[in-house]
Write a protein that binds this ligand. Structure first.
Ligand code: MLT
Length: 344
């Protein structure tokens, strides 16, 4: 059984409502509890910040942003750190190997300890679904630090979905009524889950494809329609988002006979990409496993918008950081906020 976390997702979804309504309602823990209007506002603000980046005010000057990463990351961490620096914040990087986590400290205690130093924001990546919701509760028990989820296990990756929609809107104008394909290991992908939720909130038609072992029918409940014939999905899509197999989250026997079989049946090679509509384009959140879910000629070819996605990540995260600190267009929401309970 490869879809081991689905039961866990359900319990996380219940808890997320409570955490998002907490003392510091400015956390960004998931897409699930974000209204469509708030998503549009974040995308509008990201566009503004991107277009005025050289003149943007250092609205987070004097603020500390801690990136707390319990899992490997290249683009997400660098992107958050650049976004925070562009807004004038100072950035402190904490990873599980260079911190007291390696001495057995719990996520709860790490959260309370960091929050007691009064940073504006903690950006957290964690291998366990729901861990950033737990962290939000821990910091709320100390002060007013905001928590941003930078990916929690196979649960959600909200800023990836925001930057993906920013990229989609750049090319398509709007995602409403558009057909967006997500193909690959959807069961274990936080990127897929956040995109399924966000795209359906914004009125897109989402098509899901991949092996039955990694795309079980139950995933339609999150958003989208499964089509088993990947070629058919590719013919219909305005944009094709390819996902890697999350090997680190697999348990049990391999979910497909071999990598060659996977590549032949589900991978995006030049011949399959030639089925795309004339203006359709290819997305990938990275890291790419070339020769498995995507072939190099497509990854580096003219229909690929992967580098554009990465660039948009900075603007999307600047908007999210501003919101977390109630700065910029979110300034008025910060009025009258009182500090939470101090650490006892
Ligand atoms: C993630 O952190 O989820 C990545 O952006 C996508 C992946 O690891 O496949």
């Amino acid at each position: 059984m490869h879809v081991r976390d689905l039961g866990c997702f359900r319990s996380v979804a219940v808890r997320s409502d409570d955490a998002s309504r907490g003392v510091a309602g400015h956390h960004l823990l998931d897409i699930e509890t974000l209204e469509a209007s708030e998503i549009r506002r974040l995308l509008d603000r990201a566009r503004e910040l991107r277009d005025t980046v050289s003149q943007s005010a250092p609205v987070l000057a004097g603020t500390s942003v801690i990136t707390l990463f319990y899992e490997a990351s290249t683009r997400t961490r660098a992107s958050f750190e650049i976004a925070a620096q562009r807004l004038g914040a100072s950035v402190i990087t904490v990873t599980s190997s260079n911190s007291s986590v390696s001495k057995g400290e719990s996520t709860w205690d790490t959260g309370r300890t960091l929050a007691a130093m009064d940073p504006g924001v903690i950006v957290c990546r964690h291998p366990h679904p729901g861990a950033t919701h737990l962290l939000a509760r821990a910091v709320e028990s100390v002060g007013r630090t905001a928590v941003i989820n930078a990916g929690d296990g196979a649960h959600e990756h909200p800023t990836q979905a925001l930057l993906d929609s920013l990229t989609l809107c750049d090319r398509l104008g709007s995602v409403e009524g558009r057909t967006i394909a997500i193909i690959g290991d959807i069961a274990h992908s936080r990127v897929a889950r956040s995109n399924q939720l966000l795209l359906t909130k914004l009125g897109a038609r989402v098509l899901l494809g991949g092996p039955r072992s990694l795309v079980p029918a139950s995933l339609e409940a999150i958003g989208g329609t499964i089509i088993r014939d990947v070629d058919e999905i590719i013919r219909q899509a305005d944009a094709v988002m390819m996902l890697r197999v999350q090997f680190e989250r697999l348990v049990g026997p391999p979910p497909f006979p071999s990598l060659a079989d996977y590549n032949r049946t589900y991978g995006l090679n030049a011949s399959r990409a030639s089925l795309m509509k004339p203006d359709a384009f290819v997305m990938h959140p990275g890291p790419m496993n070339r020769g498995i879910e995507i072939d190099p000629e497509v990854a580096d070819g003219p229909t690929s918008v992967v580098a554009h996605q990465v660039r948009n990540g900075i603007a999307a995260r600047m908007a999210v950081l501003e919101r977390a600190m109630r700065k910029g267009p979110w300034q008025s929401q910060g009025q009258g906020q009182s500090r939470g309970q101090e650490m006892s």
